[in-house]
Ligand binder design. Structure first.
Ligand code: NDP
Length: 339
């Protein structure tokens, strides 16, 4: 059985969906209540591969909210993730994806040091960040959506916002090795990590966001920001492809311009309907077919009975591993969401 650990994008979002999920007692509650709420299994899922194979899974709502980080309720945030992992393990789940901020919190606060949650010893082999599949899907979105829009990669400048992150660094490795993009712009705040990435790649211009935006034909957004940034669309090139892989979204601006194309990054479409509630709740446009690529990674590992933490740690995703998970993705009927 596979598992998905997820969270909602804001307190407002959480309050709105509590009612829908059948938890009216959560609907009027503030952040303090969510800080003490235990994890819940709120969805049971059956997925069918195009090979005909069928698997079962559970969605575990961790009750983490991005406002917990913004208001420095770090202890609550870390407790949410560990409790959700223990909950998944207690329910016999063989492989669970840590969606959205779950893996970021796990890494940033060194939760691998805390193996025991009450009477349960966490077995980290049973968890995956899902980031290898997410990075693979975003790279395929760059390749395929640029083609649809008539942006030639060999003449294109690609900016990666969040380049030094787990997903961002994997994306830069793929773009460097597997495509002929002309120029790579590396954006993040910590300069040391940017320089280390630039040295590893042997290329890439380190830039701040405002300087990079007017130069980019394609912007990949994979920064771990609890709230989206506002950008001025008039500074962007036309055409421009913006692939927003953040959860919550990195882009706070709603852009409506015929030559500026915003694509939901790191999202896959399955070839067959999935009977579940959860993707409707996170406002996926076609909830029976579309899902986060990190969640799809745990499905792929379940289909293949690969009960191992396929994606783990930080900045260790290789192009070979992306190709491996990519082959499984195609085999079981997932494809990148396109424009
Ligand atoms: P990491 O924490 O590994 O990396 C985050 C990156 O963002 C770092 O490079 C960090 O560098 C940078 N960053 C953070 N804040 C800012 C900022 N204000 N301006 C510029 N850069 C910034 O995160 P992941 O790679 O694991 O995840 C990235 C995003 O992808 C998250 O939003 C996550 O929720 C989302 N995600 C989406 C999935 C999907 O299936 N679609 C799956 C998993 C994650 P620095 O701190 O130096 O600025």
């Amino acid at each position: 059985m596979f598992g998905l650990i997820g969270h909602l994008t804001s307190l407002e979002h959480a309050q709105a969906v509590a009612q829908e999920l059948g938890y009216p007692e959560y609907a009027d509650q503030g952040l303090d209540f969510w800080c003490s709420a235990p994890p819940q299994i709120v969805d049971s899922i059956t997925v069918t591969s195009i090979t005909g194979q069928q698997i079962e899974g559970k969605y575990v709502e961790s009750c983490f909210l991005p406002e917990m980080l913004a208001s420095r309720r770090i202890k609550a945030a870390t407790r949410k993730i560990l409790n959700a992992m223990a909950h998944a393990q207690k329910h016999g789940i063989d492989i669970t994806a840590l969606g959205g901020f779950s893996s970021i919190i796990f890494e940033n606060f060194n939760l691998d040091q805390i193996k025991q949650v009450r009477n349960r010893i966490l077995d980290f082999e049973k968890f995956t960040t899902g980031n290898t599949h997410t990075a693979y899907i975003i790279c395929r979105q760059v390749e395929q959506a640029s083609k649809q829009l008539g942006i030639e990669l060999s003449k294109a400048t690609v900016a990666v916002c969040g380049a030094t992150g787990d997903i961002g660094s994997a994306v830069t490795r793929w773009l460097d090795k597997k495509t002929d993009i002309q120029e790579l712009l590396l954006i993040a705040r910590n300069q040391e990590r940017l320089q280390a990435l630039q040295a590893e790649l042997g290329r890439g211009k380190i830039m701040d966001l405002q300087a990079a935006l007017p130069e980019a034909d394609i912007v990949v957004w994979v920064a771990s920001m609890p709230k989206g940034v506002e950008i001025d669309p008039t500074v962007l090139k036309q055409p421009c492809l913006l692939i927003d892989g953040g959860y919550p979204k990195n882009l706070g601006t709603k852009i409506q311009h015929p030559d500026i194309h915003v694509l939901n990054g790191g999202i896959v479409e399955h070839s067959l309907d999935i009977d579940w509630k959860i993707m409707k709740i996170v406002n996926m446009e076609v909830p029976e077919r579309q899902l986060f690529a990190c969640f799809a990674e745990s499905m792929l590992l379940e289909f293949e009975k690969l009960y191992t933490n396929f994606s783990w740690g930080r900045n260790q995703i290789t192009v070979d591993k992306m190709e491996h998970i990519g082959q499984l993705s195609v085999k079981h009927g997932f494809r990148p969401l396109l424009v």
